[in-house]
Design a protein around this ligand. Structure first.
Ligand SMILES: Cc1ncc(COP(=O)(O)O)c(C=O)c1O
Length: 393
């Protein structure tokens, strides 16, 4: 199988777009969308029969396939709409257990929406959010575990830790981090929004208490397809974000119905997995990672900036600093994105990583070197013209 432009027509991506942002929302292949549309057609022939009678079995079948892929028992896994939904289900379910003075620990590379959910439950319970100060640029995985270990206190009651970070695109040493908390008896919610399809998962043996992951990013599922894994011992106290008919009916029963929604994204996850496996058998993972590492070397050399993370900590994402290490503000982040999109047709996110402005590139099978070369040329041109946005204007 040939990757790059040869395979790009498997997606609906616009021809004139340089798409280096698979990470934010994924991009669903045409063949998986076709499977989803088939499910929608089947559903609409008799919505009542489908949603009431057929759906439970169809969800079970999809869940079993996903469970095999992520190394989980099917009974520990439920579908949620997205990682934010899964994290909300866990944090809001645990809210009544938090007391004033308790500490909810996360790391400085955390995703804002999930951190905001922590802020919300902390605000309602009198707990507080503590951020472990993980550096970026980062030299090695030890810097992550050391920073997190330093932030643990006798008041820590829950840790929420990313598997692959959003602003910095690094793969955290999640087994070692979980071990840090386990030896202190502190439960861990892993935010694996970027993990399924990007790194191998064995959820049964990972040791987390709770794990959320998206299927619509790196597993090629349609949007609105994500998983929540909960350790058996915690399942009775975890409820969906949306409470519906089956309150206290049991973990699987409650999550299987959260009001009327289109369940076809969940049902199309097996098609995403099959697509992923077909590509992987042809070397997609090596293709994406090698292209990313080469591009990162070339772009950072052209800009005269450091490599911000060691290669061992990268999969299909990388975050690149900018010349003179400019401060980030929401406005600067937006302006840099808009400049790259409006003037160069490059869809790539600007990021605030530990207060500094960066860009984060994703590598996918539909990309080739020319996409990254375009990014390099654009950044060099903007930097030499002094047009990299500044936080103060
Ligand atoms: C680490 C992390 N957590 C959570 C999310 C939220 O994902 P979603 O919007 O699918 O809920 C993202 C999205 O990029 C993420 O990077």
């Amino acid at each position: 199988m040939t990757f790059g432009k040869a395979i790009r027509s498997e997606w609906l991506l616009a021809d004139d777009l340089i798409f280096l942002n698979h990470g934010s929302f994924g991009a669903c292949p045409r063949s998986v969308l076709a499977v989803q549309r088939d499910w929608q057609d089947i559903m609409e022939r008799d919505p009542v029969r489908f949603l009431v009678r057929e759906l439970p079995q169809r969800l079970d079948e999809a869940r079993e396939k996903l469970a095999t892929f992520v190394g989980s028992r099917p009974e520990d896994l439920v579908f949620v709409q997205n990682a934010t939904d899964g994290a909300n289900a866990v944090l809001r379910s645990l809210l009544p257990t938090f007391k004033p003075g308790d500490e909810l620990l996360t790391a400085s590379h955390a995703y804002r929406a999930v951190r905001q959910t922590m802020v919300y439950v902390a605000g309602l319970s009198g707990a507080k959010v503590v951020d472990a100060d993980v550096p970026f640029p980062i030299l090695d995985a030890g810097e992550v575990t050391e920073a997190i270990a330093r932030a643990i206190s006798p008041k820590t009651v829950l840790a929420v830790i990313d598997h692959i970070t959003s602003p910095t695109g690094v793969v955290f040493p999640i087994e070692q981090i979980i071990a840090l908390f386990k030896e202190r008896g502190i439960p861990v919610l892993v935010d694996g929004a970027h993990a399924p399809g990007q790194v191998d998962l064995e959820l049964d043996t990972l040791g987390a208490d709770y794990y959320v992951g998206n299927c619509h990013k790196w597993l090629y599922a349609p949007k609105g397809a994500a998983l929540l894994w909960v350790d058996k011992k915690h399942q009775p106290k975890i409820h969906p974000t949306v409470i519906s008919h089956f309150l206290d009916g049991g973990y699987q029963t409650e999550f299987a119905w959260t009001g009327t929604l289109d369940p076809t994204a969940y049902l199309s996850i097996p098609a995403g997995i099959a697509f992923h496996q077909k590509l992987a058998a042809s070397g997609s993972r090596e293709y994406m990672r090698n292209m990313l590492l080469d591009a990162r070397r070339e772009i950072t050399a052209a800009l005269g900036v450091p490599l911000a993370a060691p290669e061992e900590m990268l999969a299909n994402l990388c975050t690149i600093p900018l010349p003179n290490n400019p401060d980030a503000s929401d406005k600067a982040v937006q302006r840099l994105h808009d400049l790259l999109f409006d003037e160069y047709h490059i869809q790539v996110p600007a990021m605030n990583a530990n207060g500094k402005l960066h860009v984060r590139a994703s590598s996918q099978v539909y990309n080739d070197r020319s996409d990254f070369e375009a990014l390099k040329a654009a950044l060099v041109e903007l930097a030499s013209a002094g047009r990299i946005p500044r936080a103060d204007r």
